[in-house]
Design a protein around this ligand. Structure first.
Ligand code: PGA
Length: 257
């Protein structure tokens, strides 16, 4: 059975004090319930704001089983790019993973297939795990074009990678219509076809194929049961530590079968 990835991005939420409390709670839970390791068969990851990266790294410790990520990073290593953070800087701050191409960045901050490709390459160049987010709009879905659209987004971002490089990439399929306050949870039926398409192309070739968008405690188990899904990428439900811990428990029950 593949590793099940269970992760959250805090997006633009949490003060340092709130982040500290969340991370301290997670660490305490893993120590008391799992001897400081990850639950069997599960790869936890958390993606705080840039400002909390070093704080969370300090709390988790250097050899934590929890991967730490950033929500974006520039494709150049350094230079005159005001307001940006590079992959070497993210790594220096303790990050091991870089989220790339979230739909909120594509919609509001000019992220394109071309910039996602450059960022995936930059993350790999520095030994970080790229977490590539893909997903179609409601309009594309209504026109019946979901699978073709997300396959194009993925292919564009992953173009030219060797098999070894591709094996270090995690893909999260996050339909835009299912994300956030304005989204609605996808039904399981709606996700079968896009995951069949993604799975045919990427299962066994990438490190993980995740689902994200209005994941909650009621639908998580069913989402993990979809063929080719081997992880969940979660926003709101995991912003409270109790929600994240419950998702870990649901994933552990899934692993235990
Ligand atoms: P949500 O966010 O779980 O709050 O819908 C998901 C995401 O944007 O990854």
């Amino acid at each position: 059975m593949n590793t099940i990835w269970i992760g959250t991005s805090w997006k633009m939420t949490k003060t340092l004090a709130e982040g500290r409390e969340w991370a301290t709670g997670l660490r305490g839970h893993l120590e008391s319930a799992h001897d400081g390791r990850a639950p069997a068969g599960i790869q936890p990851f958390i993606i705080p704001s840039f400002t909390a990266t070093t704080t969370v790294r300090g709390i988790l410790g250097e050899d934590s089983p929890v991967l730490l990520g950033v929500q974006n990073a520039h494709w150049e290593d350094a230079g005159a790019w005001t307001g940006e953070v590079s992959v070497p800087q993210a790594k220096d701050a303790g990050a091991q993973l870089v989220e790339i191409g979230h739909s909120e960045r594509r919609e509001h901050f000019g992220e394109t297939v071309e910039t996602t490709r450059l960022k995936v390459a930059a993350a790999l160049r520095h030994g970080l795990t790229p977490l590539l987010c893909i997903g179609e709009s409601a309009e594309v879905k209504e026109a019946g074009g979901s699978s073709a659209f997300i396959l194009d987004q993925a292919a564009g971002a992953l173009e030219g990678l060797s098999a070894d490089e591709l094996s270090r990439v995690v893909i999260a399929y996050e339909p835009i219509w299912a994300i956030g306050e304005k989204g609605r949870p996808a039904t399981i039926e709606e996700l079968i076809e896009p995951f069949a398409a993604l799975g045919a192309e990427y299962t066994g070739r990438v490190a993980g194929l995740l689902y994200g968008g209005s994941v909650n405690l009621d639908n998580a188990a069913d989402l993990l049961g979809i063929e080719h899904v081997n992880g969940l990428f979660v926003g709101r439900t995991a912003w409270k530590l109790e929600g994240y811990l419950e998702l870990l428990r649901i994933a552990a029950a899934h692993v235990a079968g």
